[in-house]
Design a protein around this ligand. Sequence first.
Ligand code: CA
Length: 655
Amino acid sequence: MKENVAKRLAFFASEEFEEKFRYDGKDLGAVCREGRTVFKVWSPLAERVELRLYRDGVSESCLRQEMQAGEKGVWSLEFEESLHGMYYDYVVRIEGRDVPTGDPYAVGCGCNGDRSMVADLRLTDLPGFREDRAPKLCGEQIIYELHIKDFSYDRDSGIPEEYRGKYKAFTVRGTGGSYPTCMEYLKSLGVTHVHLLPFFDYGSVDEAGDEGQFNWGYDPKNYNVPEGSYATDAADGLIRIRECKEMIQAFHENGMRVVMDVVYNHTHREDSWFQRMVPDYYYRYLEDGSLSNGSACGNDVAAGRSMVDNYIADSVMYWAKEYHIDGFRFDLMGLLTVELMNRICRELEDQFGPGEKMLYGEPWSADFSPLEEGTMAAEKQNAGYLEDYIAIFSDDTRDAIKGSVFRGEEPGFVNGGKGLEQSILQAAAGWRLGGACFLPKSCRQIVNYVSAHDNFTLWDKLVISMHPQEADFDKMYEDVLEANKLAAFIYFTCQGNLFLQAGEEFGRSKQGEDNSYSSSPELNMIRWHRTVEYGDLVEYYKGLIRLRKRLPGLCDKSPEAGRRITCGSVHRKGVVSFLLDNRSEGACEWDEVFIVYNASARACRTPLPKEAGGGLWEVLADGLETDCRKQARIEDHSVRVPARSGMMFGHRCPG
Ligand code: CA
C-alpha cells in the first residue's frame, strides 16, 4: 500500500480522528433561505478552501472568496443575501495541491453535474407541493419497477415529443389514444408503489447530448440532485428539481407511492467530489492499497465510517423530506452495513412513523469488500439483525419459480424444473417455515418477485428455457403464456411484499438481452401497443392485484403469519397445494382459501380440504381468470386443475 494512503487510512480509523473531525451537524452544503446563504463543507485534511461563485453553469468568470476554518474540519462562509440560482464550486488545498471540486452535499447542479448550484428550495416547490401527501397505505405493498425513460420513449405512449423520456411525461393527463397508456395505464393496474430506477444525478449520459442515449443510471455523481437528462432543460439547474417534484406529486395524485432506487455503494468514478474533498476517506481499499471492487463498478463507498454513514443517512432523509419520497431500494445493500441500515430505518420511523417509508434492498454484493471493524454486511444471512421493516429481494422465491437468472435454459418450477415442490411451499410462507439459508423475522422482510431490470425479462427467460432451439421472442407461445400466468399466480399467493418489473404483465421482451443497462432506448422502452396485444395477460395481472388486496391471510406481515399456511402437500411432481387461514379482524370475504399450483404438463385432480361446516367453495382464480368467483363444480370433494395453471378456492365458515 502506498505509504501516504496507509497512513491516511490508519488516521481515519483512529479515535483521534473521530473526536476531532466527526461532524454531526445537518447543515453541510449551501443552505439558502430567507435572504441568507450559508456554505459549509467538511474537508478535514484541507489547508485552505476557496469558494467560487458563478452566474451560470458554464461561464469562467467567477467571484472567489476564501472560506473560514471551523471546528471538526468544517469550512464555512456566510452571505447576508439569497444566492438562489447561482452556481459554485470549491478549490481545496491538500498537501499543498489545489484541487477544484463540486460540493458532495449540493442540492442543485448545472449541466452534467459538474458545477454545484445554490437553491432556495422553497422556491422550487410547485403550487400544491407543500400540501402533497402520499396516498394512504393499503394492506399490501405491490411495487412496479420502472425506468423513467422506458416509460414514455415509445411514440405510442402518446406523450408529446418534448416530454418523452422525461419527468414531465408522468404529469400528462390522458394521452388521447384508443387505449390507456402511461399514468392512465398505471392507475388502472392497481399497484401501490412505483419504484423508479436511479434518478439522482448520474454520470453515464451526456446531458447536453442527444436523446438516443440510454443508461439505467447506476453511476451516481451528485447524490442529492435529480438527474438532468430527464429534465426538459438540463442547463438550468432549477428545472430538474421542479420537474422531479412535479413527477412525484403526479404519482401521489394518482394514488401511487414512489420508491427511489439509491446507489450508495459506489460512485461513477473514483475521482468523485468525495475523493477530491477528503482523499481516500470515502472508499474501501484492499491490503495492497488498490480500491476494493465489491460493486463490480470499480470502487466501494466505505459505509461503516462515521462521516460516510452520516452522508448516506442524511441523503436518504433529504429525499424523504424534500421530495416526499415514500421508500428506498438499496442497490447492492450487501455492501452497506446492518448498523447503517438500522439507523436509516430508525431515523425515518422517528420522523414519519413505522413502516411509512418502505425500505428494501439487494442483500448481496458483486464481490468481496473489506468492511470496517465491528460492522456487519447488510446481506441475506444477516437479515435477522436487520430491523423488521427492512426487506430484501428474495432470490430464493425468484429462482424456485422460474429458475436461475444466470443460466438462461435452467428452469424453475413453472417451466419444467424438477424437485422444487418443497421450495415453492416454503416460498408461500415467506420462508418463515424454513428452507432458505436464513430465517426472516417476518414475511415483511421478504420481497417476492420473478423479474427486475437485471437479467432476462420473465418473458425472455421463459422463451429461452421452454423453446431453447427456436427462441422467437415475438411469438406468442401458448405454453409460455401459461407459464407466465402461473409464475405470477404463485408469487401473488406468497406471503411477503410483491414486486414486478414494468411490462412483466404484458410479456415484455428485450429480445433475449439480459443486461440492457446501456442498450438502445428502443430495446429498453415500454412498447405500449403490447399492452393491447397481450391484453389478456394484463387483465390476468390486474385480477391478481385486486384479489391479493382481498386476502388478509396473504397480506399479513406479522411474525405469526406463516402459521396461517397449513396442509402443504405435494400431490405429484409439479403439483402442490396448501390451505390458508384468511380470517382477519376486519371484514373478510373468505375464511379459508385453498390454493393449488399445477406446473405439470397435464391436468390433475386434487381433493379439496374438508370444509368446516358445509359452506360452498367458490373458485376465486384459475389459469384463465383471476377474479371469477364461480362456484366450483365439486365432484367427490375434488377439483380438476388444468395443466400449467394455478387455482384458488375460497369459502366462508357458516355462522
Ligand atoms: Ca447526469
